[in-house]
Write a protein that binds this ligand. Structure first.
Ligand SMILES: Nc1ncnc2c1ncn2[C@@H]1O[C@H](COP(=O)(O)OP(=O)(O)O)[C@@H](O)[C@H]1O
Ligand SMILES: O=C(CO)[C@@H](O)[C@H](O)COP(=O)(O)O
Length: 477
């Protein structure tokens, strides 16, 4: 028996085949495009997601022809919106979390009385389904009026796989349309925003069967018809499950296109400073506090492409001394989230000189992204108490980069022994849905081990602290 996990990330889809002891049998990954057709817009074509998914699933299962897949689980990038017709056909490109076009629509939220804002329990961010639907209703009346569903990315994928429509609490709670106190869609807020309530799907627990593989998709994926497909979870929530994070206390940093720092809690306690998010976890028991960085791998990838270099070139630049000989990079290519002191910050290389070389630019980019992560980390209410961080995500794998992060965050880093946290979480949810484990907590017995992979080195910590002071001065200007 084997489980198939699919994680529809921002830059790529990852697929895992896993046995019921949690051992990875095979993995695959296929990338797709994130488009910026206008300044501040961030979109992807769901049809590209679909062809990438077909190819990644076929690659993963071809590596283990003897594995009998018994269930499928999903996770995916959060917050965005896919407008579809009744059958799941996209009405326009998907709008993603990095999209900032709906800033003016946030004004509608700001006019809500405090009692309503409290129930949303989250800072206002334009790249979330709520504000983006308001934008669509105003600016793309035709596609909004024609739409039958407004879905999260992984929920669109499930509809494509099974023909069934659903979402789960971890994704629904990250739309700015969810009542964290009542634990369901915020019907009165949706009505006040003037949005159509019926666009939003029913909410099912993450670890239940939400549909079965249709004949048409089964053939495309070379999998049996009728395979159960679990509801699944938001990628950050699935990453916590996939790394065996089941208790409040430890802080986990997941580094991909974006970066997320999360800590579980037993109650839905909102951050009164309004700097961090509060969402539902995938285990059905916890909530989690999250500081999310928009400009992480996204900014590194932009620099890499602009300078036409490889990822190896980017990470090799970690060897350049702290401070990159006076060169500073501000990674704010898209508007940051609420933890950031100056939301109008723009991206920049500061202090460029004729003697700077390409490796200085690359090193400054790594530093700038790590400093951005430090700003978010320091916004977490319990950051001071943490002596170590758990590290996961496809953007955290290079040893020299991990060492820079340990030095810049001045924390030990514990790596979780799993190739891809979110997709592993997705596969585990399919096991829970199909009865292999009674609940998320039962998967603790097969949780991956953590081990120390980087410890801060005093001299470099001090050197990076000096550069960080300059960085903070630059973003506060
Ligand atoms: N070939 C590579 N080698 C090393 N790091 C990479 C490579 N490709 C991408 N990355 C890093 O990983 C990030 C993507 O991580 P991943 O977890 O796959 O992202 P997502 O879930 O956002 O699709 C990139 O933004 C970049 O920082
Ligand atoms: O925006 C957030 C969390 O707020 C991310 O969880 C996104 O869902 C993107 O994740 P990656 O694709 O970068 O892993």
């Amino acid at each position: 028996m084997a489980l198939l996990g699919i994680d529809l990330g921002t830059s790529s889809v990852k697929v895992i085949v896993q046995d019921t002891q949690g051992r990875t049998l095979s993995v695959s990954k296929v990338g797709y495009t994130v488009m910026a057709p206008q300044p501040g817009w961030s979109e992807s074509d769901p049809n590209e997601w679909w062809s990438a998914t077909v190819s990644a699933v076929q690659t993963a299962i071809a590596q283990v022809p003897q594995a009998e897949i018994t269930a499928i689980g999903l996770s995916g990038q959060m917050h965005g919106v896919v407008l579809t017709d009744e059958k799941g056909l996209p009405q326009r490109p998907a709008m993603l979390w990095a999209d900032t076009r709906a800033q003016a629509e946030l004004e509608r939220y700001r006019k809500f009385p405090a009692s309503l804002r409290e129930r949303l329990a989250n800072p206002l961010v334009p790249g979330m389904a709520g504000p983006m639907l308001c934008w669509l209703a105003e600016h793309e009346v035709f596609s909004y009026q024609k739409a039958r569903w407004a879905l999260q990315p992984k929920d669109w994928l499930r509809l494509r796989l099974t023909g069934e429509v659903a979402t789960d609490p971890s994704d629904a709670s990250a739309t700015l349309l969810y009542d964290l106190q009542a634990d369901g869609w915020a019907d009165d807020i949706i009505a006040l925003l003037g949005l159509k309530r019926h666009l939003l799907p029913p909410i099912l627990p993450s670890g239940t069967i939400a549909g079965r593989l249709s004949a048409q998709t089964a053939e495309a994926l070379s999998l049996p018809v009728g395979l159960p497909v679990a509801t699944g979870a938001a990628d950050t929530a699935a990453a916590a499950l996939g790394t065996g994070l089941f208790t409040p206390g430890p802080i986990q940093l997941t580094l991909g296109t974006g970066a997320q720092l999360i800590q579980l809690s037993l109650k839905p306690i909102a951050d009164l400073t309004g700097r961090t998010h509060l969402y539902r976890a995938a285990d059905g028991v916890h909530w989690y506090t999250m500081a999310a960085v928009q400009n992480a791998g996204l900014a590194l990838d932009w620099v890499r492409q602009m300078l036409n270099v490889t990822w190896d070139d980017v990470y090799a630049s970690a060897a350049v001394s702290p401070g990159a000989d006076g060169l500073l990079f501000l990674p704010y290519l898209t508007r940051e989230r609420a933890h950031h002191p100056s939301l109008s910050s723009k991206g920049a290389f500061l202090g460029m000189r004729i003697d700077h070389r390409r490796e200085h630019l690359l090193h400054a980019a790594l530093e700038g992204v790590a400093f951005g992560i430090r700003v978010a980390f320091e916004a977490l209410p319990e950051a001071d108490k943490a002596t170590a961080l758990r590290l996961a995500g496809g953007g955290s794998e290079h040893p020299a980069w991990r060492q820079m992060l340990a030095d810049i965050l001045n924390r030990e880093l514990l790596t979780v022994d799993t190739p891809a946290a979110s997709v592993r979480g997705a596969a585990l949810l399919s096991g829970i849905a199909s009865g292999i484990w009674a609940d998320a907590l039962e998967t603790t017995s097969i949780a991956p081990h953590t081990s120390l992979i980087a410890a801060p080195e005093k001299g470099r910590v001090a050197a990076y602290n000096r550069v960080y002071t300059r960085y903070l001065e630059s973003i506060n200007k």
